[in-house]
Write a protein that binds this ligand. Structure first.
Ligand code: ADP
Length: 271
C-alpha cells in the first residue's frame, strides 16, 4: 500500500472529550497536482494559436503591398483564430458540465431528437471531409432524464471525432438501441482506430494518440473528456471498441427514463 500523509487535528470538547479529525493529504495533493497540470496544459494550448496569430498578423502588416503574400497568410490566420475559438468553447463546455449544478433540474429528453440535431449540426463538416453520415433508420422513442444541450454536445463530439479520424469516401453511422433499461447511442467509423494501450487514456483531458493529426483536424484534446462528464452526470458511461486500421465504435450508455429512474437517482446520489 502507498504511504499516506494525514493532517490530524484534535480539539477539546466539553466534558473532557476530544474530537480528532484526520484529512488524507495524499488525496488533497493529488487533486492540487491535477489542477496545476490542467492549468499548465490550457496555457500551452492557448499559447500555440495565439503565437501563430501574432506572427501571421505581423507578416501581413509588414507586407501591405504584396497581395500574393496576404492571400497566402490570411486563410492561415483565419484557421488559427477558428482553432482558438473551438478551444475556448470546449473549455466553456468542460467547466459548465463539471458544475454539480449542471443537472439540478433534469427534464425528459428525447434521444431520437438529440441524435437528429447532432447529425444535422455535423452534416456540413462531414460533407466537406467527404464522409457519408448515416443516421438511425427508425425512431426508438427512447427517453432519458437529463439535459438536452449536454447530450447534444456529447453526441456531436463523438460524431466530430469519427469524421476527423476517418478517410474520405468512408461512412460514419450512428445507431440507438434500448436494452435492459439502458439506452445505447453508438457512433461507428471505419477510420484509423486506436491502439489498445491508448484506449483507456483517450478520455483524459488533452490526451491524444497522435497530437499532430488531432491539431491538423481542429482537435482540442478535450472532446472525449467532455463526453465522459456528460455520461457520468447522467448516471451513464462511455465505452470504446477499436481496432487500429479498422475503425472505432464509441457507445454512450444512459439509464432509460421510466424504469431507469431508480438507477438514475442512485447514480446521482453516489456522485
Ligand atoms: P481531439 O480533439 O484530439 O480529437 P478527444 O478528446 O476528442 O480530442 O480525443 C482524444 C484522442 O482520442 C484523439 O486525439 C484521438 O487520438 C483519439 N480518438 C478519439 N476519437 C477517435 C476516433 N473515432 N478514431 C480514432 N481515434 C480517435
Amino acid at each position: 500500500a502507498a504511504v499516506r500523509d494525514f493532517d490530524v487535528r484534535a480539539a477539546a470538547l466539553p466534558g473532557g472529550r476530544v474530537l480528532v479529525t484526520a484529512e488524507d493529504l495524499t488525496v488533497r495533493r493529488r487533486s492540487e497536482q491535477t489542477r496545476r497540470d490542467f492549468t499548465a496544459n490550457v496555457s500551452h494550448e492557448l499559447k500555440t494559436p495565439v503565437g501563430a496569430i501574432q506572427l501571421l498578423a505581423e507578416t501581413i502588416a509588414d507586407n501591405p503591398d504584396d497581395p500574393e503574400m496576404i492571400a497566402h497568410f490570411a486563410p492561415k490566420l483565419r484557421r488559427e483564430a477558428e482553432r482558438l475559438s473551438v478551444l475556448i468553447q470546449d473549455l466553456i463546455d468542460l467547466s459548465r458540465f463539471q458544475d454539480p449544478e449542471a443537472l439540478s433540474t433534469p427534464v425528459l429528453v428525447d434521444i431520437d431528437e438529440v441524435v437528429a440535431v447532432a447529425l444535422a449540426r455535423q452534416e456540413t463538416v462531414a460533407q466537406s471531409s467527404g464522409i457519408e453520415l448515416a443516421g438511425p433508420r427508425t425512431p426508438t422513442g427512447a427517453q432519458v432524464w437529463g439535459n438536452r444541450d449536454m447530450l447534444v454536445t456529447a453526441v456531436r463530439n463523438l460524431l466530430d471525432n469519427a469524421v476527423r479520424y476517418s478517410d474520405r469516401g468512408t461512412r460514419v453511422s450512428i445507431g440507438i438501441s434500448v436494452e435492459d433499461d439502458l439506452v445505447n447511442i453508438s457512433v461507428v467509423d471505419s477510420g484509423i482506430g486506436i491502439p489498445p494501450a491508448d484506449q483507456d487514456r483517450i478520455f483524459e483531458r488533452f490526451y491524444r494518440v497522435d497530437p499532430a493529426r488531432s491539431r491538423n483536424t481542429g482537435g482540442t484534446g478535450l472532446g472525449l473528456s467532455i463526453v465522459k462528464h456528460v455520461a457520468s452526470d447522467h448516471g451513464g458511461t462511455v465505452t470504446v471498441w477499436s481496432r487500429p486500421g479498422r475503425g472505432s465504435t464509441f457507445t454512450l450508455v444512459l439509464p432509460q427514463a421510466g424504469e431507469g429512474d431508480a438507477a438514475w437517482s442512485a447514480a446521482r446520489a453516489d456522485g
